[in-house]
Design a protein around this ligand. Structure first.
Ligand SMILES: Nc1ncnc2c1ncn2[C@@H]1O[C@H](COP(=O)(O)OP(=O)(O)O)[C@@H](O)[C@H]1O
Ligand SMILES: [Mg+2]
Length: 139
């Protein structure tokens, strides 16, 4: 099929290493479309970071994380949603490498990495949760 588009939706429960399930699913789509493994290397990192954030900030009533992949040979759209209390992305300070080197807390690179590694990055966050949409060109 020319210009085939495949979509996969997974609802992840809060169990250890569950992000691997989503990543495996994404790899399966890529394999189906004949996309080389190297092409989705950075997408794995994006998916991993977004899901780990979502699981860590999930809602109390609904702790699930919803992940959707829409893939063609040309591009991958990654959507990750949690039902937590959200945050204000503009207020998150960019990490500073010099400070981080001397600090015990090495965290805080996820958002910066997702923004820089994706070809498009959209974040919508509010009191009912957070949605992250990332686009990765595969050509
Ligand atoms: N899905 C989310 N829901 C609520 N807050 C979030 C979410 N994703 C990120 N954040 C906030 O943005 C901060 C920065 O995220 P990130 O850059 O991934 O660093 P880290 O996860 O190491 O703290 C987090 O510490 C958190 O306060
Ligand atoms: Mg993070």
């Amino acid at each position: 099929m020319k210009n085939e588009s495949v979509k996969l939706t997974v609802i992840l429960p809060q169990i250890p290493d569950v992000e691997v399930v989503a990543i495996k699913g994404m790899e399966h789509l890529a394999e189906h479309l004949g996309i080389q493994d190297e092409k989705i290397g950075e997408a794995r990192i994006l998916v991993n970071e977004a899901i780990i954030n979502a699981l860590g900030h999930a809602g109390e009533d609904n702790q699930e994380v919803r992940v959707e992949f829409t893939m063609t040979k040309q591009k991958l759209v990654i959507f990750v949603e949690d039902y937590g209390t959200g945050f204000e992305p503009d207020k998150v300070k960019d990490p500073n490498i010099d400070e981080k080197i001397h600090s015990a807390n090495k965290r805080g690179w996820g958002l910066k990495l997702m923004k820089s590694m994706s070809d498009d990055f959209i974040i919508e966050s509010g009191p009912n949760g957070t949605k992250i949409t990332m686009i990765k060109n595969l050509t």
